[in-house]
Design a protein around this ligand. Structure first.
Ligand code: SF4
Length: 286
């Protein structure tokens, strides 16, 4: 399987604190260019597609794009979304009918107050939770992507429990990249690694004990070595071919770590602001 990821443009109906798009305004990728890129990737052998943004559901031509991709032979199609539009059951049903096979929904809290404190849109928690309900009712695959902002981190275990109750198939916890809007408000938005470790481990264990798929992304691998195999970056290197990791780097403690080659390290903007003191070299892989 070869996966192709396509950003459809930065337009979004949320204003998330952690968004890497920042205050920049980008034009949407025109439909003819989308078609062309889909065709080129398919000709190169891609058969899995990830549609991302911004927020792909802000596009009126999303159904057209999905149908086109299906015609081109993509068999797995993932939509990364804040889920707000999917609160309309018929819209969700039409997306599944057009060819979407997986939904990755960004969830920022187990309560409206926490979630909407991140999205900055009133009512967005109710809509996103309705989206998860609709996808499950329609028999679709839904994963929740939880961005671990400073406000979210203490609540990670509670969020994990809530998502398990809502019957998501996968919970992914992601470390916010300090870029765009997250960089502009870095002290308020980006948590310190030392504050993440305990709640992240608890949240991972909640998901794994419920026998759901648990993943972490964006963290240096020493953040939770017991969950090494749940790290997307570790899994990507499993076939021996390491991907190129951009905008991340190692610190001095990494010189004494046994997994430096398999670990992309920490965001460079984090290292630049707060240094490498919190990195804890991994001495053995269990
Ligand atoms: S010490 Fe460095 S190389 Fe080792 S896991 Fe942490 S960030 Fe990665």
């Amino acid at each position: 399987m070869t996966r192709y990821s396509l950003g459809l443009g930065w337009r979004c109906n949320n204003q998330c604190t952690f968004c890497c798009a920042g205050t920049n305004v980008y034009d949407e990728l025109p439909l003819d260019q989308v078609r062309c890129l889909l065709r080129i990737a398919a000709d190169d052998g891609a058969d899995e597609l990830v549609l991302t943004g911004g927020e792909p559901t802000c596009r009126d031509d999303l159904f057209e794009i999905v149908r086109e991709a299906r015609k081109l032979g993509y068999t797995i199609m993932q939509l990364q979304t804040n889920g707000r539009m999917l609160n309309y059951a018929d819209y969700t049903a039409q997306l599944i009918d057009a060819g979407i096979t997986e939904f990755i929904v960004t969830v920022s809290g187990h309560t409206a107050q926490l979630h909407e404190g991140q999205t900055k849109v009133r009512g967005s928690h109710r809509q996103t939770m309705a989206a998860i309900r609709n996808i499950r009712r329609l028999g679709g695959f839904v994963a929740a992507n939880v961005v671990a902002t400073k406000a979210v981190v203490p609540h990670l275990p509670a969020i994990a429990r809530d998502l398990v109750k809502r019957d998501v198939s996968q919970v992914q916890v992601a470390f916010p990249e300090p870029t765009g809007r997250a960089y502009l408000a870095m002290d308020e938005v980006v948590p310190r690694l030392s504050d993440i470790r305990a709640p992240l481990r608890k949240a991972m264990n909640v998901v794994l004990e419920a026998e759901r798929f648990a993943t972490i992304e964006g963290f240096p691998l020493c953040t939770s070595p017991i969950h090494l195999r749940n790290a997307i970056e570790w899994r990507e290197g499993e076939d021996g071919a390491l991907p190129v990791w951009e905008r991340r780097g190692h610190g001095t403690p990494c010189d004494h770590c046994t997994i430096t080659e398999r670990c992309p390290g920490l965001w460079l903007t984090y290292l630049d602001r707060w240094g490498d003191d919190e990195l804890e070299p991994v001495t053995s892989v269990i």
